[in-house]
Design a protein around this ligand. Sequence first.
Ligand SMILES: Nc1ncnc2c1ncn2[C@@H]1O[C@H](COP(=O)(O)OP(=O)(O)OP(=O)(O)O)[C@@H](O)[C@H]1O
Length: 599
Amino acid sequence: MSRQFKYQDDELIEKAFNWKQMGRLFTFVKPYRSDVNKVVFVMTVFGMLTKLAIPFLISQAIDKALSPEDGTGSRGLLAGIMGVMLAMFLLRWWAQRYTILKTNEIGQKVIYDLRTRLFNHIQRLSFRFFDKRPAGSVLVRVTNDVNSLQDLFTNGVVNSAIDIAQLAGIILILLALNFKLGLAIMITVPLMFLVSTALRKKIRFAWQTVRIKQSRINSHLNESIQGIRVTQAFAQENENIAFFDGMNRSNIRSWNFASALNQLFGPVIEVTSAVGTLILLLYGTHLIRTGDMTVGLLVAFITYIGYFWEPITRLGQMYSQLLISMSSAERIFEYLDEKPAVAEKEEAIELPEVKGEVVFDQVEFGYEADRPALRSINLNIKPGMTVALVGHTGSGKSTIVNLLCRFYDTVKGSVRIDGIDVRDIQLDSLRKQIGIVMQDTFIFSGTIRDNIRYGRPDATDAEVEAAARSVRAHEFISNLPGGYDTEVEERGSALSMGQRQLLSFARALLADPRILILDEATASIDTETELRIQEAMRTLLADRTSFIVAHRLSTIRHADLIVVLDHGVIVEQGNHEQLMKHGGHYRNLIDAQYRFLSA
Ligand SMILES: Nc1ncnc2c1ncn2[C@@H]1O[C@H](COP(=O)(O)OP(=O)(O)OP(=O)(O)O)[C@@H](O)[C@H]1O
């Protein structure tokens, strides 16, 4: 099978237990500490003590009420013991119910906090962060990795505390009931510890492999769905299906292997506990014969020994879960620790109402260290000017606007708005005064009205409509079945290219930025829409400094300043007439376009 997909595995295999990480993870539980304490208290006192008391009550029923050594059995005592046992069962039932409800609630709250923190943080990360990572991999961390911690927080924390308490309680009871017998049984613990530690390492590794494969499936799924139109257009569905099937099979194989290893864990505990029971029976009957123990106590011992293994098994599983969670936690913290590449200075100022003067002063920039994307850029733009950026693909047009919005920081030189370096301005206040209309207009799911209001949520309905009218979008919106309240799908796939463009103009006009950046759509549209868009653009550009990444001749011609870029360098600047007269790069570009249009 020929295949083009390649996924970078960013999972971490074999994460050792890390106390620091653990501590950090548990800071998320801290706000709910009092709730956790309540649950542990209820479960320890009402749940565990009632459970531990029952075998003892049975032993008392056998030894004192049913067949006491002096032969004086008592129905009254038996009924009393039964009554207490019933009360204990009821209390235990209530305690368990309370624990389950409460732990789920705590777990959900912690996961909510974690997911919110992560999402909020990601929202503020710079473009550089997203340049390096496919959307699928970011998605996997916010969903899968956070979800994988869910179990730890819902059951893990509270149950482990309860299990440790139960284990301590049982050890005390066993030793108190019969010290020698208790000690004899515990000989098996180190044995089990050795075997299970060796096994657990393998199990952990196997589950990590499963997670890597699942992560690949997720990345592929994300890419496949986003690229479904291209896949279908190139009739690549079968290749895609075969590739997915391969990944899916490989995932199942790894899962089966990990699960089979996991299943070995149970028998190890069972064999060890059987050895314990054997010691108990042999030594216990000997103690009964020598008169050091009663039958009732042996029965209680047998039950307690069952209880003894329960928390050990659960804590063992919990430990494995903890190690898996560790790698998720690591991945989440890696994102949380990621500092935005474009950081806001503490003393950054709020940008006053902008007049619109923009200066690029000896600007140098590269996305990668050794590949300059812009060199020695000098621009001096007066308020209200319309600037067209032209040049071959990859010449650096979008990079100029990226620096103006401070999506990236310059390597050398500075970008100034009204004389203020953009690095000294609060990011929010900078970007609120700059409007951007992208080539690939992003329409969010919601109504048309919500989409126009995106940059100014407090705009009234009348203002929304006025903006739409100004950019000639009102007509097509009114013709939609629900008018302004028509729900558009994510990315606006039900709207035409031109309609999306007009919608984004309305959005930009409503936000009324002092500086506007317009990345012109390259797609050819019909002449009528083209005319409408031209008119709309004129409305949009009036009275503000505008940068247009220009593709249309008509736009370029009317610009106050045309900046021609070539391989990251400004090779010419001036207005249309000047540059045509000059007969350099610009003239070549225009001539090439005319030749193309008239061909
Ligand atoms: N996010 C990025 N990471 C690395 N390199 C980038 C990135 N974006 C752009 N580049 C590179 O920087 C250079 C300038 O790109 P830019 O997007 O500014 O060109 P452009 O003139 O806007 O092109 P187009 O007309 O095709 O949109 C190109 O060589 C491009 O490969």
